[in-house]
Design a protein. Structure first.
Length: 149
């Protein structure tokens, strides 16, 4: 999937869209790519002399790739996956400008609208971050506001 298809499926936009391309996707796993360039706004303030991607943005990138997987679940295409938990999070090494982040997400379990996804982010094949992310599938807040009056 290219960026146009990703933008049709995810509600995120610049500067918070942290997936550039989906390389692989089936019903149980997905692989996404994000190129971090020096042009990212957060590098200006996150250790300007030695810029690194903030860990919370690595978690967000992993969550967005996981959302692409979750959107493939039956009946989930019109829903949004909201993050409910972050378990077993580990940060192994810094991600810097020029790094290409490859994130893999696999379904751990799904029960109704709740589930868990295992994620691993790598740079040059080496793990840089990992976490098990919990989610709930729901209508978007914008959709909930329509017809609720």
């Amino acid at each position: 999937m290219d960026i146009g298809e990703i933008m049709q499926r995810l509600p995120h936009r610049y500067p918070f869209l942290l997936v550039d391309r989906i390389l692989e996707c089936d019903e149980n796993h997905v692989v996404g790519l994000k190129n971090f360039t020096m042009n990212e706004l957060f590098f200006q303030g996150h250790f300007p002399g030695e810029p690194v991607v903030p860990g919370v943005l690595l978690l967000e990138a992993m969550g967005q790739v996981a959302s692409m997987l979750v959107r493939n679940l039956p009946g989930a295409d019109a829903l949004v996956a909201y993050l409910t938990s972050v378990d077993e999070a580990k940060f192994r090494r810094p991600v810097c400008p020029g790094d290409q982040l490859i994130t893999e997400a696999k379904i751990v379990k799904v029960r109704g609208r709740l589930g868990k996804v295992s994620t691993v982010a790598r740079v040059n094949g080496a793990p840089v971050a990992e976490a098990v992310l919990g989610f709930v599938l729901s209508r978007s807040l914008q959709q909930k506001g329509q017809g609720d009056e």
